[in-house]
Design a protein around this ligand. Structure first.
Ligand SMILES: *Cc1c(COP(=O)(O)O)cnc(C)c1O
Length: 393
């Protein structure tokens, strides 16, 4: 079985590049150069240096002994929450900014929903002295004020998207429009394993450092690189793609993706794409998305802003198709309770996205001596208001 993207940008029946004709030259330039650039020694040396000294990698693989006692397994947490800026997203933005510079670009655009990808992009633009425009729905700007101000402190310009529902999909449309009219000097940094080819493959490669480190850390811990299970939450799917990457060809490693069930899969308020989605085109690739009978995208819902996305990346749609990954879901309540439990048991307040991954353990089968790696994608600082509103601690 093959899990890598093919020449045309497909994973099985999903992927491709469904873009307006005017965007074609930009995407084509990226497609024809990204592999040779990111495989070059100059790129890799710079990337390794920044991941180590700027991001703080390798992140620890922490044996969570009290959580292990409670849940009756050997549980390790991959501590992406300890990355600079508080989540895994910076692994990808560091990669893309170096790539942009190697392509001779001087300006960066990005879109953001809750603001986490915008902050990670503004951070690397400051690092490189590049101009940064972040498109954000006007409604999201009102809901996520601290992240808007973070981006501004870092020197980015945050542009409100005023069309449609004034949320993520409108910000994405406006970023695309900007890219069409500034193809020469501008690179568009996408924040997950979504978008037209080559973005899903490129972002998965940049995040694959997670599973590369897990393998060598497990050799040191237990003498072999393989856990029995790897568990990660899925919004677009980038932290999961990174955590699964170097285990995909090892069928004895059970891979589990945890989606946001929101108020319940059948409640009409969820973001559980693998349970509810149908094939369609979203953000430039063919994938699974939540849509009405006549193909309108359904507004997703989750208590966690990072999982509140109506689709999944084409790689994950394919992994579901071929049965390589088990997809489960956790509700708002299950995730919040798991987040509070982790805080009490291990002294780690997780991002609510990552709390979904912990809640996912109750939806899968495992034995008492199984080794489980949970990818702790981010820290809970950004979610303090949500924890406070939820209460029950
Ligand atoms: C953005 C985000 C996610 C969801 O994005 P993926 O691309 O699915 O990884 C998960 N966790 C955290 C902490 C995030 O910021």
């Amino acid at each position: 079985m093959k899990y890598q993207v093919d020449e045309r940008g497909y994973y099985g029946r999903f992927g491709g590049a469904f873009i307006p004709e005017m965007l074609y030259p930009n995407v084509e330039a990226l497609r024809t150069t990204y592999l040779s650039i990111i495989e070059s020694t100059a790129f890799q040396n710079e990337m390794d240096d920044l991941l180590k000294n700027f991001v703080g990698r390798p992140t620890p693989l922490y044996f969570a002994s009290r959580l292990s006692d409670q849940l009756k397994a050997k549980i390790y947490l991959k501590r992406e929450d300890l990355c600079h800026t508080g989540a895994h997203k910076v692994n990808n933005t560091v990669g893309q900014i170096i790539l942009a510079r190697h392509m001779g670009k001087s300006k960066i655009i990005a879109e953001t929903g809750a603001g986490q990808h915008g902050v990670a992009t503004a951070t690397v633009c400051a690092l490189m002295g590049m101009e940064c425009l972040v498109y954000m729905g006007k409604l999201d700007m009102e809901r996520q004020k601290p992240n808007v101000e973070r981006m501004r402190i870092l020197g980015a310009k945050v542009v409100p998207a005023l069309s449609g529902s004034m949320t993520l999909k409108d910000a994405t449309n406006e970023a695309m429009r900007h890219w069409i009219s500034h193809p020469k000097d501008t690179h568009y940094i996408i924040g997950s394993v979504v978008g037209p080819h080559p973005y899903p493959d490129m972002v998965a490669r940049f995040q694959s450092v997670i599973s590369k480190e897990i393998r060598s850390q497990l050799i040191a811990e237990q003498g072999n690189p393989f856990p029995d299970h790897v568990v990660a939450c899925i919004g677009g799917g980038s932290n999961a793609a990174g955590a699964f990457y170097h285990f995909m060809d090892e069928p004895h490693v059970h891979l589990v993706g945890v989606e946001a069930a929101g108020k319940g899969i059948d409640s009409g308020e969820s973001a559980a794409t693998t349970a509810l989605g149908k094939p369609g085109v979203l953000h430039g690739s063919k994938t699974l998305l939540m849509q009405t009978a006549d193909g309108q995208v359904i507004e997703p819902y989750s208590i966690s802003a990072g999982l509140d996305y109506p689709g999944i990346g084409p790689l994950h749609a394919h992994l579901l198709d071929v049965g390589r990954v088990q997809f489960v879901s956790a509700t708002d309540d299950e995730a919040m309770q798991a987040g509070i439990a982790l805080s009490r048991l291990e002294g780690i307040i997780p991002a609510i996205e990552s709390a979904h991954a912990i809640a996912g353990l109750s939806k899968m089968n495992y034995d008492e001596d199984d080794v489980i790696v949970i990818n702790l994608s981010g820290r809970g600082d950004k979610d303090l208001d949500t924890y406070i509103r939820y209460g029950n601690y």
